[in-house]
Write a protein that binds this ligand. Structure first.
Ligand code: FES
Ligand SMILES: [Fe+2]
Length: 332
């Protein structure tokens, strides 16, 4: 039986700093759907564990990812989650201008007398790859290709005849809990009976299956193939739920925003077919409210000092054990 991670790591500034670099600085991070930036100059941006990232569509049609930070004195190139910048990215602070491929075009106002090579001050680039329209970036130049990480989920979706539809809308929720608290809750079905009574009724006697494959956790409720919950719940290390149903999908990023603080960033995708998106939103709102309430209560208890560590069930919490084992490797 595996012991849990110590409670002191949940909401701790030192743990947050280590996770920022050793987890989020190394992983493939989800930014959005490529259809959210269809034209030259369209961009999407986000912050994940304090990393401020953007992807912009170049004149050659390619999406490129950069840190959303100007090389002069760290001003922002864009603000918000999506938009259009025209033919170049212009810093909001002093107006340095960057081409859409990241090259510095003009250090606005710098004179010819200043010894300065603009080629050394291009935007800080990240690797960007897409899978089924979903856009990911990584700060790790050595990371193995994204497709290697998602291959088992890709194969499972193909075998179930499921596809990822076009993006329909985004929604976010702020939670007073550590990202680990929420992710661990997502990685087990053990709490469904207590926390989600309506979902438990829908699932009925279905067998709830959880398996770990490489960087993925794959969850399925076997035996509800015609119900609204029929589908595949994938989860990609370190913080991305990829829930795919027959008429749509819901991408759920568990975005750390600080020690003990999380923002859930949902992207709903829908094929426009049977099963309205309103139904998916209502189900999501209900489940999120139930999960948020229990996760915030758990976080308060983790921070209260009475509890140091517990134990995990091999039968029900194998994916939580896997998640915690990976994190144990980076924390002293
Ligand atoms: S910080 Fe960007 S132009 Fe000064
Ligand atoms: Fe839940």
């Amino acid at each position: 039986m595996q012991a849990t991670l110590p409670a002191r790591l949940y909401g701790c500034p030192d743990a947050w700093a280590r996770e920022r670099s050793a987890v989020f600085g190394k992983a493939w991070l989800f930014l959005g759907h490529e259809a959210e930036a269809p034209a030259t100059g369209d961009w999407i941006a986000t912050d994940i564990a304090g990393h401020r990232l953007l992807a912009v569509r170049g004149g050659d049609g390619a999406l490129r990812a950069f840190h959303n930070v100007c090389r002069h004195r760290a001003g922002p190139l864009v603000s918000g989650s999506s938009g259009h910048c025209g033919g170049e990215l212009v810093c909001a602070y002093h107006g340095w201008r960057y081409a859409l491929d990241g090259r510095l075009r003009a250090a606005t106002g710098f004179g010819a007398a200043e010894a300065f090579d603009p080629r050394a001050f291009g935007l800080l680039a990240l690797r960007l790859e897409t899978w089924r329209g979903l856009v990911f970036a990584t700060m790790d130049a050595e990371a193995t290709p994204l497709l290697d990480h998602v291959a088992p989920l890709d194969a499972l979706l193909a075998s179930r005849g499921l596809t990822i539809a076009a993006p329909a809308l985004r929604r976010s929720h702020e939670l007073a809990c550590d990202w680990k608290t929420y992710a661990e809750n997502y990685l087990e079905g053990y709490h469904i009976g207590s926390v989600h009574p309506a979902l438990a009724d829908e699932l009925g006697a279905a067998e709830y299956r959880v398996r770990v494959e490489g960087d993925l956790v794959l969850q399925e409720a076997i035996g509800v193939n015609d119900g609204p919950q029929a589908g595949v719940w994938g989860w990609l290390w370190p913080n991305l739920g990829v829930n795919v149903y027959r008429h749509g999908a819901m991408i759920e990023r568990m975005t750390p925003t600080g020690p003990g603080r999380t923002r859930l960033d949902y992207l709903f995708l829908h094929d426009g077919g049977e099963g309205a998106i309103g139904e998916a939103l209502a189900a999501s709102d209900r489940l999120t409210a139930e999960d948020a309430a229990i996760c915030e209560a758990v976080q308060a208890n983790l921070s209260a000092g009475a509890y140091e560590a517990g134990v995990l069930s091999e039968r029900h919490e194998a994916a939580v054990a896997w998640f915690q084992s990976r994190l144990a490797g980076i924390h002293p």
